[in-house]
Design a protein. Structure first.
Length: 168
């Protein structure tokens, strides 16, 4: 029995070459001020009673794989839509962005992504999981020093709406 334990322990005494360690992934962060959006109905007023749909970035799950001089990310984002008082139709198109920032928070890349959320006739909330894959060149940086930021691309009218009507 002692020989068996020594034989197993010997596996860690000798290395068959350098071990392939995986580097940590970038951190995925939903920017809370940009996690909500509103799509307005036809009336000119931008009030809660004229919101056709609300959008919410609910969750983001990031996985990565090192690829030589870069990292390949696989990002699953849950986007939720909710009917507002002025809702017409059974779907809403929303646009969010994914930005990669460096250690100094400088934007290295930013891309928009569109999603369509379909609702059943009497359904108040619906959601989709949007899957994207992207290669990020590291340019000598560590993947763990990068951040992947998500948010809705806001129009000035949506920004003004949320300033005046916090929490809807």
């Amino acid at each position: 029995m002692l020989l068996g334990v020594l034989a197993l322990a010997g596996c860690s005494w000798f290395s068959s070459g350098p071990s392939k360690q995986t580097e940590a992934c970038p951190t995925a962060v939903i920017l809370r001020p940009l996690a909500n959006t509103a799509v307005f109905g036809p009336a000119p007023e931008r009030r809660p009673d004229n919101v056709a749909f609300y959008g919410l970035l609910s969750d983001a799950d990031l996985k990565c794989e090192n690829t030589g001089g870069g990292v390949r990310i696989s990002l699953d984002t849950i986007v939720v839509g909710e009917r507002g008082p002025a809702a017409k139709g059974d779907s809403v198109d929303l646009q969010y962005f994914v930005a990669v920032t460096g250690p100094d928070q400088s934007i290295l890349s930013k891309k928009p992504f569109a999603v369509r959320i379909a609702f059943e006739p009497n359904q108040r909330r619906a959601g989709v999981t949007d899957h994207i894959e992207q290669n990020i060149p590291l340019a000598g940086q560590k993947a763990s020093d990068l951040n992947v930021l998500l948010g809705f691309q806001q129009s000035p009218e949506v920004i003004d709406f949320y300033k005046n009507f916090r929490g809807r």
